[in-house]
Design a binder for this molecule. Structure first.
Ligand code: IVH
Length: 711
């Protein structure tokens, strides 16, 4: 393959400029036809910007193919003319650039825009869907903007694009076809199962799938409408109405016809009045991006009022009444160098990809999760592959897929371990996640250090090094052994004087009074973490009730599904001897404030509300988010402890602010979550006000800070 121009480099001569234009043309062609480009979005944007920079200095040398002067994706030879050109969008990359755009728009139309329509920029491909008398008759890709390819064969495989509208109208709906994460996973699974090569990302998958004509299998995609316009055969009254409608009303009308829009997602379109409000909405959408089940690469801001749009008009490439506020790329291409296998505290043997370092959204990524061996096989990953790596928000980066067309033939298969890489025991392969046959005992140190951690039994002085010492001395072989340690045994260890020994024994004794939720969490039941352990403990109230629960009863716990329930039940059976010994040692097996559900009862008339809900606390039914640094009586509490408090008071702790949030506790230096709460009009409380609200619980906490750690 021809060498690529370094995308970020400034272009200094005509030859480099010509090469850059050629690279951009090839990348755009690949992008819009479902092929794969060796340039990721970020690199492409940088390339286009350096081309634009050169053209600004050498206006006489601009090449006709330059990506700066034409509709993006103009590489496809289309055969269906568009009635109205399908344009692209200009981009901004910062608040300053956005403000400059609003100012230039205001100058152009003679007054500032007072209504902005703001919505997600969906990362798929543009499509026009023609409806005649309410029936879907034709699907056309954007092509070069003036004519596109007929892909009507895909009718019936695109969710959100009904074959019949709720009204018998003749209209063209425009929007984006994409694959949700689940659709993408499925697409690659069936494709590789049929001997095909995996798609590198959901966008490519949607593009490739849309254009594929004869497939033995069907892969669903999803449509999001973002435009509605009349066709020549439309009813003139409707045509007039559409031409005069505010953008928000057009979207409402589309949704009323049965078209899927962003209205039913966590990033609904909104109409706001000022540039600052637009920027606040941009931040909000950016904040939830990582949690969305589909890809967005920015936010589209439009003048909402028809009169403003008409006054602004369009250029040959993009309308002047809309702009794309691009978000940083969350996907990059890099090389998968190695796969290492690590044993976790529950004995799970997890693969982790070692990558050629790559910067994504400001952080250098060198590792990415790979889930399990079956997943590696499903994705057809090989060592040495160029892979797409995805990193959004604080989520651990993950390898998405190989970029199969960049293979050189030198790639090697990923070697799966024959025996446990930690202790050499057999591997239990009965589930997709492989596990050492020794289970928790394989990595005893990790499992004990976790159990002693602050959010579990909170045994001060029992850090990793001390745990290693205890295990190596043969004093502790499981969690229950901790409670049998004697003063003499501890004094016999290196670096253990009288004071440290007594302190450690006191700390271990204190661990016995932690509430059930923390004991459960300390056990490290697979598939449960801190918040799930709390929900289980509050639902059942006692360890006996938890152990008596079958999978059906377990599913009554909020967040425990049909898949998780049986594995939790099985884990508890496996842990039974250990739990018995902990109970015998005097470890707490009840959850303060919770009462067990009536024995033998199925779900109640309200769907089986837990016993805990029968005793409403001051936060009953409220979703509460904590942000910023706590002060006053709450000063020393970790986030987990604050969440425990909220749940004790009958509330539900949550980490992100949405319309469903009832209260945001905002401490010092609270940032975007506080801003979002203000924007949504959600009740805010300072740490002191919150402490007042749950005064009884806080009084217990202050009176007896160690018992049950934080209430
Ligand atoms: S409005 C006249 N709204 O992004 C063009 N476009 O990079 C009006 N896109 O060509 C387009 N989400 O394919 C609009 N909410 C959205 C969008 C959106 C994604 C695509 C569209 C456009 C491309 C420009």
């Amino acid at each position: 393959m021809r060498g690529m121009t370094t995308p970020a480099a400034a272009i200094t001569d005509a030859a480099a400029y010509a090469r850059a234009v050629q690279d951009a043309v090839e990348a755009a062609a690949a992008y819009y036809t479902g092929g794969t480009s060796p340039l990721d979005d970020d690199a492409y944007d940088r390339l286009v910007r350096s081309i634009a920079g050169y053209e600004a200095d050498h206006p006489g040398q601009v090449l006709p193919d330059s990506p700066t002067g034409k509709v993006a994706g103009g590489a496809v030879e289309g055969d269906v003319p568009h009635t109205v050109a399908m344009l692209s969008l200009d981009n901004v990359f910062s608040a300053e650039e956005f403000t400059a755009w609003t100012e230039s728009l205001a100058r152009r139309i003679g007054h500032p825009v007072t209504r902005f329509h703001v919505g997600p920029k969906l990362d798929g491909l543009a499509i026009a869907a023609r409806y005649t008398n309410g029936r879907l008759t034709r699907l056309v890709t954007r092509g070069d903007g003036t004519a596109g390819e007929d892909v009507s064969h895909a009718i019936g495989t695109v969710e959100g694009l009904p074959e019949r509208l709720a009204e018998p109208v003749t209209v063209e709906v425009r929007g984006e076809v994409l694959m949700t994460s689940a659709q993408f996973e499925y697409a690659n699974e069936v494709r590789t199962r049929h001997g095909g090569q995996p798609f590198a990302n959901p966008r490519n998958a949607a593009a490739g799938t849309l254009r594929a004509r004869e497939r033995v299998y069907t892969v669903p995609m999803t449509f999001f409408g973002y435009g509605l316009l009349p066709l020549p055969a439309s009813d003139p009254a409707l045509a007039e109405r559409l031409a005069g409608s505010a953008y928000g009303d057009l979207m409402g009308l589309s949704a009323g016809y049965g078209i899927h829009t962003s209205a039913r997602t966590a990033v609904t379109d909104t109409v706001v009045e000022t540039a600052d409000e637009v920027l606040a909405r941009v931040r909000e959408i950016a904040a939830v991006r990582a949690e969305l089940p589909f890809g967005i690469d920015g936010i589209v801001v439009k003048a909402d009022l028809a009169a403003d749009r008409q006054a602004a008009g369009s250029g040959s490439r993009a309308p002047r009444w809309a702009i794309a506020y691009k978000l940083p790329a969350v996907e990059k291409i890099t090389r998968l160098l190695e796969v290492e296998w690590n044993v976790g505290r529950t004995g799970i043997i997890a693969p982790r990809g070692i990558l050629e370092p790559v910067v994504i959204d400001g952080s250098t990524i060198t590792y990415a999760t790979l889930h399990n061996p079956a997943d590696i096989t499903r994705r057809d990953l090989r060592l040495g592959d160029q892979v797409t790596v995805h990193r959004a928000g604080d989520v651990i980066p993950r390898v998405q897929a190989p970029v199969a067309h960049l293979r050189t033939g030198a790639e090697r298969p990923v070697a799966f371990p024959e025996v446990c890489p930690r202790c050499g025991s057999q591997i239990d392969r009965s589930e997709e996640r492989w596990r050492c046959a020794q289970g928790r005992d394989c990595h005893l140190v990790a499992s004990l250090a976790y159990a002693a951690g602050r959010d579990q039994l909170d045994v001060e002085g029992l850090g990793h090094t001390r745990v290693v010492q205890l295990v190596e001395a043969g004093l502790v072989a499981d969690l229950a052994d901790l409670f049998a340690l004697t003063r003499e045994q501890l004094l016999g260890l290196d670096r253990m004087g009288e004071t440290s020994t007594d302190n450690l024994l006191t700390a271990i004794a204190g661990a016995k009074s932690r509430p059930l939720s923390r004991v459960l969490c300390a056990l490290g039941v697979r598939g449960t973490g801190r918040s799930m352990s709390r929900r289980i403990a509050r639902h059942f109230a006692t360890m006996d009730a938890i152990r008596a629960a079958d999978a059906e009863a377990m599913q009554e716990v909020d967040g425990v599904g049909a898949e998780k329930a049986p594995s939790i039940v099985a884990e508890l059976v496996e842990l039974a001897p250990l739990i018995d010994r902990l109970a015998a040692a005097g470890v707490t097996m009840t959850e303060p404030g919770a009462t067990p559900p009536p024995a033998g009862d199925g779900p109640g008339p309200d769907g089986g509300a837990s016993a805990a809900a029968a005793e409403p606390g001051p936060l009953a039914g409220m979703a509460v988010v904590v942000t910023g640094t706590m002060t006053g009586v709450l000063e020393k509490l970790s986030r987990n402890e604050m969440n425990e408090l909220i749940e004790r008071a009958g509330g539900r702790s949550s980490s992100s602010v949405s319309k469903k949030t009832a209260l945001v506790v905002a401490g010092e230096n609270a940032g975007s979550k506080r801003a979002k709460a203000e924007q949504l009009g959600i009740r805010l409380a300072t740490p002191d006000e919150f402490a007042d609200l749950i005064a009884d619980l806080v009084a217990d906490l202050v009176a007896d800070p160690l018992s049950g750690t934080a209430v």
